[in-house]
Write a protein that binds this ligand. Sequence first.
Ligand code: FE
Length: 329
Amino acid sequence: MKPVLAFLLLSTPAIAQVNVYTTRQPELIQPVIDAFTAETGIAVNLAFVDEGLVERLVAEGDRSPADLVMTVDIANLSQIVEAGVVQPVDSAVLDAAIPAELRAPDDTWFALTTRARVVFASKERVDPSEITTYEDLADPRWRGRICSRSGTNNYTLALLSAMIAHQGEDFAREWAAGLKANLARRPEGNDRAQVRAVWAGECDIALGNTYYMGQMLGNPEEREWAESVNVVFPRFEGGGTHVNVSGIAMTKAAPNREDALRLMEFLVSPEAQRIYAEVNFEYPVLAGAELSDLVASWGEVTPDTISLSEVAANRGTALRIMEEVDFDG
Ligand code: FE
């Protein structure tokens, strides 16, 4: 009897499940995952991987238990693709929900939310109408008035990469040099630290990602910083406001491919888009999906339509420019 029983147990279908590696804080992902499990009965195991995500996927290779990878920033998504650990996903649902510039042309990564790189401007010292374009931030009238994080940070490099795409390398170099000349202090700290510096009067404007406004407002220590600034959406001349993404990719190993695809497609549904974007203070990628009241209160964003693949391709040039102009020096 025993061997037969063992056989029966082995041939019983396993409980449906999907395994996700994520660099995002689990509490930011859990609500949307819970909604998926409630709707489909498919269990989702979230493994929070803080560092070494790519190395881990490479080391695990075909034996990786991970089906999906969720992370932020086009630089990180590109790095995963370049490491050869993900597979393309052919899905009419994903293609219909996500604008072409926010997914890989070869279907290897898909954006789930966007965040805009905006100006946080002192309510006391800057009229929002003074901020128009990113190009204008290099104008001498901002001399000594801007705070920025490091020029080699992913967010800064993506913005410069988009500037290269719009205006060409030579212009972008002049711009980076002009921006540096306008800095009130040497680049240091994260996006929130720049807003703190505006609050403290060290500078009048700073570049930062929109969701930090939501995070700061929810933090008693940082609330005052957030309340000292307006969110202003600059545009590229002839373009829109720079956006970056959080996104998802399917691993090459993907032991639960079918259910993983169901999760990917669920994540771009109106319900999931609303939940996911709201928890993170981000923008849904799905046209018409609801914004949180707070995010909507910052005003209308006209996202730039330069392809993020092009932004990713310019990263090396952007890094070289930052070194040439000694942005952090
Ligand atoms: Fe961030």
